[in-house]
Design a protein around this ligand. Structure first.
Ligand code: ASP
Length: 337
């Protein structure tokens, strides 16, 4: 049985594409398909069950594979959600259909920018809509259940996949296939959703939204990610420094370790260094301060994975914050959150 308030909640559905809107030539093609081939309206038509649980207003923002999203799409998304929340008190929440490959990035971006207790829920699918046992319809149904539920209020931006409810801060895609491809390493999912309703057993804490009022410019600073390995290419480091990137995330080995060669490249760089964070390629566990690397100006990204550390750097740079302010921010959102 699905929870049903007297009058179904009003939700905004923002469709952006992805495999959830993907079509393949036949039902057994799980990898050869076109993402973003169906509109949000077609997805809704194929899911009449939604009419029982919500009144949905649809907007098609774009229809792309999420690897092709650009900052301009993020700007539109943020603007749309902020505006709708500001002018529509009757709106219970927002659902965003999104490709799974970069879903965690969009979720984390919104977590840092949208200050409203109403749920914003991202959802996608690992199998195209045309596949045998497509996971999109149930995922979308469950995302709508979560976005319309009062239990989800105050939990921030959420990702609903395969019956699990994840927080934007920790969620990440951990597998290239299979419907259970999302996890929240170190933290675990916040809850789950099924036909008995929405279950979010952990109480909401106070949520800090550091960039709630930040205006997003059309032009974003360039922030790159480097990946650590044995005997890394130092040509990449000087190429990025020469290109004048404003921010750089080092995906270090282990707990965010840089090689002696990389440290040397930083130490001997004659120009202005970008704002730099150290994350890890391990996939879980924190990156703590380390004297050796901190003295080079690198700040530890805590438990933020490299792609989320990059988003933090982007917003910090847009906000014109200095390294010390970033350090304070990291202490509140990256290590303990
Ligand atoms: N290629 C897809 C994307 O848009 C993958 C997916 O949605 O599962 O990210």
């Amino acid at each position: 049985m699905v929870d049903q308030p007297a009058s179904p909640p009003q939700l905004l559905l923002l469709a952006t594409g992805g495999t959830i809107a993907g079509r393949s030539a036949n039902s057994t093609s799980l990898n050869a398909y076109t993402a973003g081939a169906m509109t949000g309206s077609e997805l809704l038509q194929e899911l009449p069950q939604l009419q029982e649980v919500a009144q949905i207003q649809l907007a098609q923002l774009t229809n792309l594979d999420s690897a092709d999203l650009q900052f301009q799409h993020w700007i539109q998304l943020v603007k749309r959600i902020r505006e709708c929340f500001a002018v529509s008190p009757e709106l219970a929440g927002v659902v965003i259909t999104h490709g799974t490959n970069t879903m965690e990035e969009t979720a984390w971006l919104l977590e840092l920018l949208i200050d409203d207790p109403r749920p914003v829920v991202l959802v996608g699918a690992m199998r195209p809509a045309t596949a045998l046992s497509a996971d999109g319809p149930l995922n979308l149904f469950q995302a709508v259940q979560v976005a319309g539920s009062s239990q989800a209020r105050g939990h921030g931006v959420l990702v609903v996949m395969d019956g699990q409810i994840h927080g934007a801060r920790a969620v990440t895609k951990v597998a290239t296939q299979g419907v259970g491809a999302f996890q929240s390493p170190d933290f675990g999912p916040l809850g789950w959703v099924d036909d008995s309703g929405v279950h979010l057993p952990v109480a909401t804490g106070s949520r800090s939204v550091p960039f709630a009022t930040l205006a997003l410019p059309l032009q974003w600073p360039e922030v790159a990610i480097l990946y650590g390995c044995v005997d890394p290419s130092l040509a990449m480091v000087s190429a990025l420094f020469n290109a004048g990137v404003k921010g750089l995330v080092w995906t270090g080995t282990g707990a965010g370790q840089l090689s002696a060669g990389e440290r040397d490249a930083i130490k001997t760089w004659p120009g202005v260094l970008p704002l730099m964070l150290r994350s890890s390629r391990c996939g879980s566990g924190p990156v703590h301060p380390s004297e050796l690397q901190d003295e080079l100006g690198l700040l530890p990204a805590g438990t933020l994975n490299p792609q989320k550390a990059r988003i933090l750097l982007l917003l910090v740079l847009i906000a014109g914050m200095e390294r010390d302010e970033l350090s304070t921010l990291l202490a509140s959102i990256a290590i303990n959150a």
